[in-house]
Design a protein around this ligand. Structure first.
Ligand code: PXL
Length: 277
């Protein structure tokens, strides 16, 4: 059984970051170790007056203890990080990883043209320095545009816009760069990927559903890294992640007033597990 360590916040209520990564990775038959970077009462998207308790002081102590116990991971998967310092701690952790450990970075910090509450363009630039150390990154177009300092185009962009972004990440050292939320046609949404070693682009599209939910990027990232650990190549892992995310959204739509804060990913777990057989 492969082992992932996923490093991101615990939003106690709201179904994102660790509260989706842990159950999804476990359901996929992959061991999930966690390192919570902060504890929030809820996620920051739509709730007011959420609490935020930073756990940065514990991170180095936890890494040091794991090192003394010779604990190793098949993948390091970082998600939402709360500070510049946390980004630096992740860079250091990746620098010290074993050669075969996959460094998977989801620079979760923005969507729909806007940074999440509390983040700045400078933070996005700093996140880029973590992405540069990764084997695989999975930003959405908003995150990519903030990191690279290029204009965010909501719709009507062409393949060149997408492929220039992916190549820019490759130039900066990313082995396989993925871009999520890519759409060239009104009713299709999907992902683009550039494999710098093979100099090859890959696209996968699914139906575009007219609804947005928090946490779907975290679900997508968790399934992608879980799929790779289950032996899928990145293309198949991306297809599974896109299909499962769509499934989660479809299940949630009839109940979207009550579940605006996050999708009912739990009800789609049989779909996910079924696809891994
Ligand atoms: O889903 C990304 C995410 C993770 N963690 C926190 C968030 C969000 C998105 O809003 O607020 C705390």
């Amino acid at each position: 059984m492969k082992r992932i360590v996923t490093i991101q916040d615990v939003s106690c209520f709201g179904k994102c970051s660790l509260t989706v990564a842990l159950p999804i990775i476990s359901a996929m038959g992959v061991e999930a170790a966690i390192l919570p970077t902060a504890i929030l009462s809820t996620h920051t998207g739509g709730f007011k007056n959420f609490t935020f308790h930073d756990l940065s002081d514990d991170i180095t102590k936890i890494f040091d203890h794991w090192k003394s116990e010779n604990i190793d991971f098949d993948a390091i998967y970082t998600g939402y990080l709360g500070s510049f310092e946390q980004i630096d701690l992740m860079k250091d952790f990746i620098d010290k990883k074993s050669k075969n450990t996959v460094a998977f970075v989801d620079p979760a910090m923005a969507d729909n043209g806007k940074l999440y509450t509390g983040f700045t363009p400078e933070f996005a630039k700093h996140m880029l320095t973590l992405c540069e150390k990764a084997d695989i990154i999975v930003p959405n177009i908003t995150e990519a545009s903030f990191m690279l300092g290029i204009p965010y185009i909501e719709e009507g962009y062409d393949k060149k816009y997408v492929e220039d972004i992916l190549k820019e990440f490759a130039k900066r050292g990313v082995k396989k760069a993925v871009l999520t939320g890519v759409s060239f046609e009104p009713d299709k949404l999907g992902v683009a990927m550039y494999d710098s070693e093979k100099d090859e682009f890959f696209y996968y599209f699914n139906e575009k559903i007219d609804a947005k939910f928090h946490g779907t990027g975290d679900i997508f990232a968790s399934v992608t890294v879980g799929g790779i650990m289950r032996g899928l190549d990145l293309k198949d892992a991306l297809k599974l992640a896109a299909d499962y995310t769509v499934e989660c959204i479809k299940i949630t739509i009839p109940d979207k007033e009550k579940h605006w804060y996050g999708v009912k990913f739990e009800e789609a777990i049989p779909f996910l597990v079924g696809r891994l057989k």
